[in-house]
Design a protein around this ligand. Structure first.
Ligand code: PEP
Ligand code: MG
Length: 755
């Protein structure tokens, strides 16, 4: 048994005509299966659709009992149809009833059919339904027929999302394509957002599926592939790209795929079967996705992303769809969904309409997460496969606290979150009332609450939280979002603007802390085995002092004769701090010689975030005007657990005894030398951790703006002295008692504190 020579092409054309005919939805579907059966010379053609309850419902048939339509269902994994849906792979059998998975359905009257071919109907690699042909006689459907059926299935997948198709769905039910889905990821920020999906990298929508002229389509594909290959070569030879190894690796793999014969052959075959060039790309990518998604090998998963990107690029070339079409026109309450993005991408959007960001990748302390936090967005990462499963405009709930994302949530779920948001708004209003109250514990200990910041845009939040200043301004964030290295004059403007926006409150400018996970796109960087411990931050600054000098010069000038506080990151050895101090002194001298204003009070501080410095505090403290603990890095280095790696980042409690002893040592030493000490890592913004810090004597806490309200509320209800005594005892006694965290929770409960 062979299909007609030009079978699939003729069939596709007939199907397209049928789609355009003025028919009732069921009549159209019936005609479609009849056409497929005729074309494949099959006795039966049936179309099953996966419903949101996991059942595969027979939606149309030619050859089986008509009374079974919308009545017969199979569960995922049940029967041959269920097996195909679950595995998302075609199945061809000579004698179907002999297969162990065969499920007999008397109402369909299918007993006498032996030959069987079923293919999954896929979209973005997900099964939406199953298309089956059967024959009375035993024979095996061959490769050509499987290919023809897969091509036809591509067209059916498109039909499923049309309004016409909705009329066929029974009331109270829905198809799987629109099923609510929940993603358990990692929360990067607190808060809840309800909104509409905006795909950062919109999938190209293929509108023309059926080719008018196959030769023309083959020509289009060949030209598009040429353009694609050239653009990859072009990017690879581009100067900056030479150095960024990660990008280079990705591009190399793009190039490999773009020249891969197997891929090109499959595309050509799909066109020969009657699809347009763009539909062939979608069809082939669908099959590849379905296969690769089932792999557990992380390498294969990475390659899947590359292939997705490449297919999308090719689709853009073919359809002429712009990369950033409509990017800035966001709906109200937009939620950006992306595989990953850089901080600069995020800042391109209209922030007044943006509520949240959901990424498939990312880590809590990655740049994009830090920027999202700065912008007051809710952010969740590691929401696996969400891009493929989302449609623009879908309803979405992002719960930063639980790290959960609900796509197309049920009305019940929406209600739960509407209540949560209302509660959140109430709490925010309450925190706003606290903003002018000094943060003093019930037993009279004053705590200085400061902001961590990094973008001039987030400085106005100082007025809302009532924080008394900025304890950490991460200057590198502004460098990361710039398209070129900011010149001296640009830096002066920037720092001046930051000073203006803090309205007389103190602000601590931290010198550039680049390298590690903070990549500056226009600065060359060598690939390193362990970037967090590599040529980064102060090491880089002292090795290439040009950048450092310009930044210090800009800061000194931006002070306009007022006070200036500069913080030196990643000090590992005391000499590095001294060397930086010498650069600062030289720049002050230079200003003076030029007859320009020098800061009225210049303070230079050291960050304590590399463990080695804990054993050199006697050298650093006498020379520093202030010090600041970077708990993110310090805890990472103390525990040898990468802060950016979600598998280990939370493995060790940062306030367990060993870490707390290290912190206590710094507090004691700073007190001995009467040097002001601030905690500026993320720890200070978390209630239990902040309580731990206060209980070991820390009184200056710098945190992200949304953390200020809850922490201040806790401080206002707190009696600190008895907690200090018990934590001190625990630090002396060692590990025999409860953990510090449990001990603090217990105290908080006794004092009625909300943690
Ligand atoms: C830290 O390490 O805790 C810190 C405040 O600096 P960053 O997070 O920017 O490395
Ligand atoms: Mg740090």
């Amino acid at each position: 048994m062979a299909i007609a020579i030009s079978g699939p092409r003729v069939l596709l054309r007939q199907l397209r005509e049928t789609m355009a005919e003025p028919l009732a939805p069921q009549a159209r579907l019936d005609k479609i299966v009849a056409l497929i059966a005729d074309n494949m010379r099959a006795d039966v053609c049936s179309f099953y659709v996966l419903r949101d309850d996991g059942a595969l419902e027979l939606f149309a048939t030619r050859g089986l009992a008509a009374s079974a339509v919308h009545m017969t269902t199979l569960r995922l994994g049940e029967g041959l149809v269920g097996l195909i849906a679950a595995q998302a792979e075609p199945l061809s059998l000579e004698n179907a009833p002999a297969h162990p998975a065969f499920a007999y359905r008397p109402e369909t009257g299918e007993d006498p059919f032996l030959a069987f071919l079923g293919v999954p109907v896929l979209r973005a690699g997900q099964t939406l339904g199953v298309l089956v042909v059967q024959n009375r006689n035993a024979h095996l459907y061959g490769e050509d027929e499987i290919e023809a059926m897969l091509t036809t299935a591509t067209l059916l997948a498109e039909m499923l999302s049309t309004a016409d198709f909705d009329a066929l769905i029974k009331p109270g039910q829905d198809i799987d394509l629109r099923r609510p889905r929940t993603f358990n990821g990692t929360g990067f920020t607190e808060g809840v957002a309800l909104g509409k999906v905006v795909l950062h990298d919109p999938r190209v929508v293929v509108k023309n599926f059926v080719a008018e002229d196959t030769e023309v389509e083959l020509g289009r594909l060949a030209r598009a592939l040429d353009t694609l290959r050239l653009s990859i070569d072009d990017m690879l030879s581009h100067g900056d790209m030479q150095s960024l190894t990660d990008h280079r690796e990705i591009l190399e793999s793009y190039r490999m795929f773009a020249h891969d014969r197997g891929w090109v052959d499959r595309l050509t075959e799909a066109i020969n079967n009657g699809l347009t060039a763009e539909a062939s790309v979608e069809r082939v990518q669908n099959d590849t996705r379905a296969r690769m998604m089932r792999s557990t090998d992380p390498y294969i998963k990475d390659r899947l992303h590359d292939l997705d990107d490449l297919a999308n690029r090719l689709l853009r070339v073919l359809t002429g769809d712009g990369e950033t079409l409509g990017k800035k026109e966001l709906p109200e309450n937009a939620v950006l969904v992306a595989r990953n993005m850089g901080p600069a991408d995020l800042l391109e959007y209209d922030r007044t309409r943006l509520r949240a960001v959901v990424l498939e990748e990312g880590a809590a302390i990655s740049h994009v997460a830090i920027v999202a936090k700065s912008l007051g967005l809710v952010a969740v990462g590691q929401a696996e496969n969400i891009v493929a499963l989302s449609e623009p405009g879908d309803d979405i709930i992002v719960d930063g606290q639980g790290g959960v994302v609900h796509l197309r949530p049920s009305p019940d779920m929406v209600q739960v979150y509407v209540d949560k948001v209302r509660l959140g708004a109430k709490r925010r209003a309450h925190y706003l009332e606290l903003k002018d109250k000094p943060a003093v514990t019930r037993d009279g200990v004053g705590i200085t609450i400061l902001h961590n910041s990094g973008l001039v845009d987030d400085l106005p939040m100082l007025a809302d939280t009532g924080a008394v200043g900025v304890g950490l301004f991460r200057t590198e964030l502004q460098f990361m979002i710039a398209s070129h290295l900011p010149r001296l004059s640009e830096q002066i403007d920037l720092y001046r603007e930051a000073i203006r926006l803090t309205e007389g409150k103190p602000i601590v400018f931290r010198l550039l802390d680049i390298g590690g996970d903070k990549v500056i796109p226009y600065l060359r960087a060598e690939a390193e085995e362990n970037p967090a411990m590599g040529f980064r931050s102060l090491r880089l600054a002292l090795d290439r002092p040009g950048l450092l000098r310009i930044q210090i010069r800009a800061l000194l000038q931006a002070a306009d004769g007022g006070p200036m506080k500069i913080l030196v990151p990643m000090v590992t050895d005391a000499w590095e701090f001294r060397a930086t101090k010498a650069v600062v002194a030289k720049e002050v001298e230079r200003l003076r010689n030029a007859g320009m204003k020098v800061p009225s009070k210049l303070e230079l501080g050291a960050m304590i975030e590399v463990p080695s410095l804990l054993f050199e505090l006697d050298q650093v403290l006498p020379e520093a005007d202030f010090v600041s603990i970077g708990s993110n890095d310090l805890v990472m280095f103390l525990t040898a657990a990468d802060r950016a790696n979600p598998r280990v980042a939370k493995a060790y409690d940062p306030i367990a005894l060993p870490r707390l002893r290290a912190l206590r040592h710094i507090v004691d030493m700073a007190r001995r030398y009467t040097v002001p000490l601030t905690m500026c890592g993320e720890l200070a913004g978390r209630p239990v951790e902040a309580l731990a810090l206060m209980s070991i004597g820390m009184t200056r806490l710098s945190m992200s703006p949304p953390a200020v309200g809850p922490i201040k509320e806790m401080i206002l209800g707190l009696e600190l002295e008895p907690i200090r005594a018990s934590v001190s005892a625990a630090l002396l006694e060692g590990a025999s008692g409860p953990s510090i965290r449990d001990l603090l929770r217990d105290w908080a409960e006794r004092q009625g504190l909300m943690l």
